[in-house]
Design a protein. Structure first.
Length: 206
C-alpha cells in the first residue's frame, strides 16, 4: 500500500488495529515469565486463535506475535541460539544451502521516484530506499540466486512496490504470483521453489 492508497483508505473510515497479544496469552494459561514468541512454535493454534478473535470482531490490521523475537530478549529465556543474525550483502556472506522461505523487502525506489520523494522520506538513509534506475538492482540479484538458495517446494516473498511494472517488463517469463493484500494495494509477489533453473537463467537480468 503506497502513501496515496493509505490516505484513501483512511478517508473511508478509521483503521482498527488488534490489541494486546501477551495479555490474552497469559489469560489462556501462558505464564507471564515465559517467552510469548516461543508460543508461535510450541502452540501455533493458540496464537492463531487469538489473531482470529480480533479478525472476527472487525480488526483491519493484525500484527505478528514476534515483538520479542530477537536474540537479546530471547536470551532471558535461554532461546538466543534460535535466532542467528548475519551481516551480509544479500546471500554473499551466508553458508551454501537452501531455505524453505526467503522473505525480502529490499530497496526498490527507482531513480525518478528518488528525485521526487516527499520530505518525510528523506529522513531515512538513501541506501535503504534506492534501487537503481528501475528500482530492481537488488531484486535482480535475489532472483538470480534463487535456484541455489530456495529449496524445492520453498517460497520466495518479495516487495517491489511501485517497481512492479518494471519487474514484469524485465522478467516477462517468470511466473510471479501477486496476492491480494488485505487493505488493497499491490507490489508484493511470490515465487515457488519449483521454478526451474532454466527459467531463471532465461530471464533477462539487465
Amino acid at each position: 500500500m503506497n502513501r496515496k492508497q493509505f490516505a484513501d483508505r483512511l478517508a473511508q473510515s478509521p483503521l482498527l488495529l488488534d490489541g494486546a497479544m501477551g495479555t490474552y496469552l497469559h489469560d489462556r494459561g501462558i505464564p507471564i515469565d515465559q517467552s510469548f514468541d516461543a508460543i508461535n512454535e510450541v502452540n501455533p493454534e493458540l496464537v492463531a486463535g487469538i489473531h482470529q478473535s480480533y479478525i472476527d470482531v472487525g480488526a483491519d490490521v493484525i500484527e505478528t506475535n514476534s515483538f520479542g523475537a530477537n536474540r537479546f530478549k530471547l536470551a532471558s529465556h535461554g532461546l538466543q541460539d534460535r535466532v542467528r543474525v548475519h551481516r551480509s550483502d544479500l546471500f554473499d556472506a551466508l553458508v551454501p544451502g537452501c531455505w524453505d522461505l526467503v522473505v525480502s523487502n529490499p530497496p526498490y525506489v527507482d531513480s525518478v521516484d528518488m528525485a521526487s520523494l516527499p520530505p518525510e522520506y528523506r529522513h531515512e538513509p538513501a541506501l535503504g530506499l534506492e534501487g537503481g534506475a528501475d528500482g530492481l538492482d537488488l531484486v535482480a540479484r535475489l532472483l538470480a540466486a534463487l535456484p541455489e538458495r530456495l529449496c524445492a517446494g520453498g517460497l520466495f516473498v518479495c516487495e517491489v512496490g511501485g517497481s512492479a511494472a518494471a519487474l514484469l517488463r524485465r522478467f516477462p517469463r517468470l511466473p510471479f504470483v501477486w496476492p491480494d493484500l488485505p487493505d488493497g494495494g499491490d507490489g508484493v509477489f511470490l515465487l515457488a521453489g519449483d521454478v526451474s533453473d532454466a527459467v531463471m537463467a532465461a530471464a533477462p537480468r539487465a
